[in-house]
Write a protein of this length. Structure first.
Length: 299
């Protein structure tokens, strides 16, 4: 019993026990606050930001509490901390760079939750930004059309200092896409062009209006030209066919769905021309063969 009292009266033991109690209290309070916020916040993005804020605040409070608890011993350990800190900084330079990358991402407008980005050769939607890593839901690879492939990829935040960061949705959430339509020589090329322009107007007017408004803000912010965002049809003639190109702005995450709708409308419209507009292809058609004469040598 005397031994237990002696240990409980030891200042270092008291500080350690106080620190343990502080950790438990902070975790319990953070859990209660987070549970209350999750019940009140309905959207996933708001819940995510609330969770991150509570976790960050709990770490900050815990760090301050531990500093106050052990404040009288920190002065005598200054030299030791300096030497140890230098060694730790060298050994954990990648970790430190990732933390610095997290700060850059949070305050440097590199990307946010929900943005579609490409980090190096990895493309996907940002689903989490941690202190050390950014988590992506990957798109592409063996799946075409910018659709999820099911892989979750974690990239170190230090990556933002080493490679370019491609953001598809940050300031201008639209992409320009193109459809090339090969038309046979002999077809009514004017009707083919009018057909594409009519379909573009019917299918893409919603995207064009949104893209035009967003582009105006972008022109005022950056030194870029006032580019055309309305659908545009151009035509060239080559050795094989007349090629019509439809260029249009589309929501980044609806590129494949929009192209599917456009091709359905184009094929229906071409069929309705009763042969006045015919699509070309690079296939070869064998329409006939010359007569063959076979001669066998006499026995």
């Amino acid at each position: 019993m005397d031994v237990v009292k002696h240990w409980l009266l030891e200042p270092t033991v008291v500080k350690i026990l106080t620190a343990v109690v502080a950790v438990i209290v902070v975790r319990v309070v953070a859990g209660l606050v987070l549970r209350g916020l999750v019940r009140r916040i309905k959207d996933n993005t708001g819940r995510y930001h609330a969770r991150k804020l509570v976790i960050f605040a709990s770490y900050l409070v815990l760090a301050l509490a531990l500093t106050v608890i052990f404040s009288d011993r920190l002065g005598s350990l200054t030299v030791a901390f300096g030497v140890a800190g230098a060694g730790i900084a060298f050994a954990l330079q990648e970790v430190i760079a990732s933390v610095a990358g997290w700060v850059a991402v949070m305050f440097g407008n590199f990307y946010r939750i929900g943005d579609r980005v490409q980090l190096g050769g990895i493309k996907g939607d940002v689903i989490d930004v941690g202190v050390l890593r950014t988590t992506l839901m990957e798109v592409g690879e063996w799946v075409q059309g910018d659709l999820y492939n099911g892989r979750i990829v974690r990239v170190a935040n230090s990556f933002v200092f080493k490679e370019p960061v491609f953001n598809y949705t940050a300031d201008f959430p639209f992409l320009w896409d193109e459809i090339r339509l090969p038309v046979r020589y002999g077809s009514d090329h004017r009707e083919a062009r009018a057909l594409l322009e009519r379909i573009a107007k019917d299918q893409l007017s919603e995207y064009a209006a949104g893209a035009k408004e967003t582009w105006k803000h972008l022109v005022g912010r950056y030194a870029i030209e006032d580019a055309r965002v309305e659908p545009m049809v151009t035509m060239i003639a080559n050795d094989n066919w007349i090629e019509l190109t439809l260029r249009y702005a589309v929501d980044t995450k609806r590129r494949r769905a929009t192209k599917d709708e456009l091709f359905m409308a184009i094929l229906d419209a071409v069929k309705a021309t009763d042969g006045r507009v015919q699509l070309a292809s690079a296939t070869f058609e064998l329409v006939g063969a010359p007569a063959l004469e076979v001669r066998l040598p006499a026995a």
